[in-house]
Unconditional design. Structure first.
Length: 123
């Protein structure tokens, strides 16, 4: 898990990117409290950390000061959650699934068992 909630991020952080509007024609039945919630994908900068948000779940936090990334599925171990995380992973990293378990591959050599809240050095 990430140590910060979605609402704090979008209200106190700076939304630097947003895309993928929810709508009923795509089978989405999500409800929105605020206009920003209608976007499926958001990148928010908050206190020097870049957060990748899918729906209302922060799935990746990139902290350049500590040169770490923190990963989180929010309990949604779906193909689309994995795709969002992979889209924003640094070069050399890949999240994949094998036998219903998720693993993080690093530089094609090291396979690390995925768990919510895992922190990985990017150097």
């Amino acid at each position: 898990m990430l140590d910060i909630d979605y609402r704090t991020l979008v209200e106190e952080g700076e939304v630097v990117e947003k895309s993928g509007v929810h709508d009923s024609s795509t089978g989405c039945d999500c409800e929105f409290k605020e206009p920003i919630d209608k976007y499926r994908d958001k990148v928010v900068e908050y206190k020097g950390v870049k957060y990748i948000i899918y729906h209302t779940t922060p799935v990746l936090a990139d902290d350049p000061l500590w040169t770490t990334i923190t990963l989180n599925s929010g309990g949604w171990k779906t193909k689309s959650t994995k795709e969002r995380i992979n889209r924003h992973l640094p070069d050399g990293f890949k999240l994949y699934q094998e036998d219903n378990e998720w693993y993080l591959e690093r530089d094609g050599e090291e396979d690390i068992y995925f768990y919510d809240g895992m922190k990985v050095s990017t150097i």
